[in-house]
Ligand binder design. Structure first.
Ligand code: ADP
Ligand code: ASP
Ligand code: MG
Length: 815
């Protein structure tokens, strides 16, 4: 005998029931079967809802009833040949009338007793099982229906009755030994008390019914047919990368289901465990998929963690005070009072000082529990020996489960550090004595982030998903997105980094997609997005609360540079090519660096100096290894270098500056480059990264621009002034020629002083031959005394800047 159980979605409608019938037919050729079915999807909720409405004098329960009725009649009409419908319709109609009578009774009395509530809730299975049995008889005449209430006997604890296994096993054994039918269809979830009243086995209890039947008839296996390909490494609705577990031990499965893996109702394993009956979890909609085998053997693969599960809606109750220390029986009294009020304790931790005890229960029980506990410890509370019980709601338990965890060190450390890195605050910790699970209590708002990041850490071969929130999609931004698009596959396969762009914004529009914006059509998606708004962007990013979030600033905007602190404080990393923040007031720069340390959120700005050249990274390594920077000489403006390299008798200064803009070498406002401000910002950042305190005003800027050019307020006027002062620039060129030298805009730092300005560079200087838009930096340090450490290469341009930003993102991925 094999026992099959089909859940609510599997029997949701006629179309799905046909799939179920096909599976039963196929199995029945080899084995006798007992088939346990749930109510049609959603019907139990509708019944419970209707009964509550009726009891509160809300007449709309009639609508629920009508809907329930229609659902079942629709199924009958589609599944059963009209010539065979009669008998069934009479029975179903009569049962719906009984249901109506019960609901009307609740309405009239304005009351719902637990006994009536069970009688009503059980109708879903009663109706579905009869319809399925009749439908099955059309293709398998040798099949029959049996009411589980005649087999499964329980106590009268309505809502979640306890099974009397002696009587039940005997009844099941007797019934099945005498049965001639190849297939017996039975309703799940319902049973009956000694007095013959309908009882139920708890929400999700049809799994349990099937296990009870399997145990009673000593089945060779139990198959739970549902809507997913087995028991997954985490809830597949929350963790997209979760995978079905092929084999798992009874204990592990029990632990996972106890901690919230809804695919299996926790008590299900108990009856089959003793009889050593294997359980298969299979998918009705993909019967060929392997599924999960639960048995007394666990796969001893390399990963000691089998799965991660979680329970929502948890409240923590803490009882503490000196009155608990060394006083025997405090915990006993605490648990006794909870048990008296039928409050289920899901989680317990006790400080070894015995000074406090902390328990996790369902939110819904929290107020009742506090009242009862405070009453029990009334005397101690009045004497200030124990504090009134503290309640914290809206929490969630997350548990790592695995039989082999006990043989591995450091798993809890890994768990806590993974959560900590993502700013998930752990409220309480418990580790089962069996070491089959480690569970933590966290805020409900963090659960998705926690599950995904833990899943990545323990199951995805250390693949890390980086979630990018990008502001600014101009020249550089566009290249950056193209590069991610191109490299996505490579990064995933080779570096185990999965880069997703979650948000994009320009100055007009913004678009968010939690699953990742398609990088093929990001332009269209952005155009269709909502109106851009920096504050809305920040709060959406925070609310999404995704793991490994990175804010990427590819603007040159003051307002955007002012919001980094808000991200860092949420442990969201910041990558920026915008120099404004790092060259603003020293206090602000320092604050951002310390927020980055405090919240463990990288703050990277390699592209602030020398675009994609690894200048800041090199400097960081020098300093970290104990070197000290004494002097810096540098050409840091790719745009100025391009301009002075191309400026000639036949190519006017004005035209060269224009061209530099077209090629994306200048800032959007070219005056920032030509005035020397951009270079001053860069040397300032290098000086600060070298460990010195300096402000922008401390840098001497020997600008080569005439005052009138400096005073312009827009690009048009600026270019006009360049034309007007052509002679001034030509004279500079002539002087350079006369001195047999070249014009270079040089930044230097020496002896605590910094300056930027145009210099005539003689042939002997390494700066003389600096071509195109190249940058060069010379670091003179304690270790590089005579010969400086030189970094040289392309220092401007959209593609190299984008690749520098990309490199910062990858640095974060590699942490
Ligand atoms: P049924 O109606 O068939 O009894 P349930 O809804 O009770 O189905 O259970 C199946 C659902 O359990 C899945 O659709 C999935 O969303 C959820 N689930 C939660 N955790 C897990 C897990 N670890 N593995 C598989 N499914 C899970
Ligand atoms: N129909 C019941 C419920 O929804 C039992 C089950 O489906 O397992 O809780
Ligand atoms: Mg279920």
């Amino acid at each position: 005998m094999i026992v099959l159980k089909f859940g609510g979605t599997s029997v949701a409608n006629a179309q799905n029931i046909q799939k179920v019938i096909a599976i039963i037919n196929q199995k029945a050729t080899n084995h006798p079967l007992a088939v346990v079915v749930s109510a049609l999807s959603g019907v139990t909720d509708m019944l419970i809802n209707a009964s509550k409405k009726a009891a509160t004098k809300d007449e709309s329960y009639q609508n629920n009833l009508e809907e329930i009725k229609q659902k079942h009649f629709d199924a009958i009409a589609e599944l059963i040949d009209p010539s065979h419908q009669n008998q069934l319709l009479i029975r179903i109609n009569s049962q719906i009338n009984q249901l109506q009578t019960l609901l009307d009774g609740c309405f009239l009395l304005g009351e719902l007793s637990p006994r009536t509530a069970d009688a009503i809730a059980g109708f879903g299975e009663l109706l579905s099982s009869q319809i399925i049995a009749s439908a099955l008889q059309q293709s398998l005449p040798n099949s029959t229906f049996k009411d589980s209430r005649e087999l499964i006997k329980t106590n009268a604890n309505f809502g979640k009755a306890s099974v009397d296994f002696n009587t039940t096993n005997k009844r099941i054994g007797d019934y099945f030994s005498g049965i001639k039918s190849q297939v017996v269809v039975l309703p799940g979830f319902i049973a009956s008390s000694e007095n013959g009243n309908t009882t139920t086995l708890g929400r999700g209890g049809s799994d349990y019914t099937a296990a009870i039947i399997a145990n009673g008839c000593n089945a060779s296996s139990l198959e739970i047919w549902t809507d997913v390909n087995g028991m997954f490494t985490a809830n597949p609705r929350i963790v997209k990368q979760a995978q079905p577990i092929e084999t798992i031990s009874y204990q592990e499965a029990m632990e996972l289901s106890h901690f919230g893996a809804k695919v299996l109702y926790p008590p299900t394993i108990q009856p089959v465990l003793k009889a050593n009956i294997p359980i298969w979890i299979k998918n009705t909609f993909e019967p060929e998929a392997f599924g999960t085998l639960i048995s007394n053997q666990s796969e001893t693969n390399i990963n000691p963690i089998k799965g991660i599960s979680h329970i929502d809606n948890i409240a923590l109750l803490t009882l503490e005070g000196s009155g608990m220390v060394g006083v025997a029986g405090s915990s006993k009294r605490l648990f006794e009072v909870l048990s008296q009020h039928a409050i289920n304790v899901i989680f317990i931790t006790q400080a070894s000082s015995e000074h406090s005890i902390c328990i996790g229960i369902l939110n819904a029980d929290a107020d009742k529990a506090k009242e009862a506990i405070d009453k029990t410890f009334e005397l101690e509370i009045a004497q200030n020996k124990i504090d009134p019980c503290i309640v914290e709601k809206d929490l969630c338990i997350v548990a790592l489960v695995g039989e082999n965890m006990k043989n591995h060190q450091g798993l809890s450390g890994k768990m806590f550090s993974t959560l900590g890195k993502n700013n998930v605050n752990i409220r309480a910790i418990a580790q089962g004595a069996s070491e089959r699970n480690i569970s933590v209590v966290i805020n409900e708002k963090d659960v998705k982030k926690a599950l995904n990041t833990l899943h990545e850490r323990f199951f995805e071969d250390n693949t890390k998903q980086l979630n990018l929130f990008v502001m600014g999609v101009g020249n550089v931004g566009e290249k950056f997105i193209d590069q991610i698009h191109q490299q996505k596959k490579f990064l995933k396969e080779n570096l185990k980094i999965n880069v997703q762009v979650i948000a994009l914004s320009n100055s007009r529009k913004m678009v968010f997609d939690e699953e990742g914006i398609s990088l093929k059509d990001w332009k269209v998606l952005l155009e269709q997005g909502e109106t851009a708004n920096v504050n809305a962007f920040i709060s959406k990013t925070k609310d999404l609360n995704l793991r490994n979030s990175i804010f990427v600033d590819i603007t040159a905007n003051y307002d955007v540079a002012a919001i980094y602190d808000q991200f860092l404080k949420q442990s969201i990393a910041v990558v920026t090519c915008n120099k404004i923040a790092c060259s603003s007031q020293y206090e602000n720069y320092k604050n951002l660096k310390s927020l980055s340390r405090k919240y463990n959120a990288p703050f990277l700005f390699e592209t602030n100096v020398g675009a994609g050249l690894p200048i800041i990274d090199t400097l960081k390594h020098l300093i970290a290894s104990g070197d000290k920077v004494n002097r810096i000489n540098a050409v840091l403006s790719g745009s100025l270098n391009f301009i002075f390299n191309n400026f000639s008798d036949s190519y006017s200064f004005h035209d060269v500056v224009k061209e530099a803009g077209v090629q994306g070498f200048t800032e959007p406002d070219p005056k920032i480059d030509l005035s020397g401000v951009d270079v001053a910002r860069k040397i300032l950042i290098l000086i600060r990264e070298s460990g010195y305190t300096m402000e922008m005003e401390d840098i001497e800027n020997r600008s080569f621009l005439p005052k009138e050019c400096m005073d312009t307020t827009n690009n048009e006027d600026f270019f006009a002034s360049l034309l007007k002062h052509a002679n001034h620039f030509n004279a500079l060129l002539a002087e350079a020629r006369a001195k047999d030298s070249r014009l270079k805009f040089v930044a230097s730092f020496d002896n605590g002083k910094a300056s930027v300005g145009l210099q005539f560079i003689a042939k002997e200087s390494p700066f003389y031959n600096l071509e195109g838009k190249d940058n060069i930096v010379e670091f003179y340090t304690d270790r590089y005394v005579d010969q400086p450490l030189i970094i040289k290469g392309a220092g401007a341009g959209a593609a190299v800047t984008a690749s520098g930003i990309f490199a910062d993102v990858i640095r974060i991925g590699n942490v």
